[in-house]
Design a protein around this ligand. Sequence first.
Ligand SMILES: [Mg+2]
Length: 271
Amino acid sequence: MQEQNKSPSQQRKHKRAENLLWRKQRRPNGKRHDKPYSYGFAKGQCGKRKQYEIKTTIKATDYCVLRFDGVEMTKSFKVPREKRQMHYNKNFVQLMKNTALELFEFLPSSVFLYQFSDEISLLIDTKQIENNYDNRIEKLLSILSSKASVIFNRLHGEQKDFCFDGRVILLPQDKIADYFECRQSFAIIKFLEELRSRNLVGEQRNLRKYGEIVEALKNCRPSIDYFAFPEDVRNGVVVYKNPLIQKGMVANAPEFLADRQYIKDKINLLQ
Ligand SMILES: [Mg+2]
């Protein structure tokens, strides 16, 4: 409403509101701010509201795994049922492997990474992030889940945008190897279950145990040799730091439970 169109009482009300605002902007020493949006004003006002910001810091002595999980990725990259002879999506396996390596190399404090399907678990050296992110885990988690999404979409190069959710797992030192063994157990059984649902029929679709599914796949027609699948498809992929060149090295994961020393050897922290 234009000033001249206001009634005298409205104009008085408006003036009173302006005065009130002006008084609120006085500094404690009685001087007025020349402009309410100065840097000092903004900093002063924001400083008071800092208490409402969520800050989660981790201790430099904690062992921390950041886990990233693709949103709606397994569904989107699933091989259609009619392509029965294709048991897995080769391109997606390679895409995730490349994403994992690039993500590992992006963060200097990366120690060890395990990737399978659309899931990435990254063990970080918390002593190193103390200097970079004040050990604020929400900053690191948001940066890395965005980075994983950006890398994946760039490498994928298609129109649809995919993203990763992120979570934090703090572990005692003696539980680190257990954590990776457990994630791999999920990975292995999930792939076997996928093979079971695509190839087995009748009662055999109810099989739950690893050995039973492997055996049933071998006996089905055409026969499927589970152990003939590449190791990265069956067991997933690891990335670890090569101490000589300080770069990430990718390798197909062995079965962690069959080689209990493998993870410890790759993670210098545990030795
Ligand atoms: Mg997922």
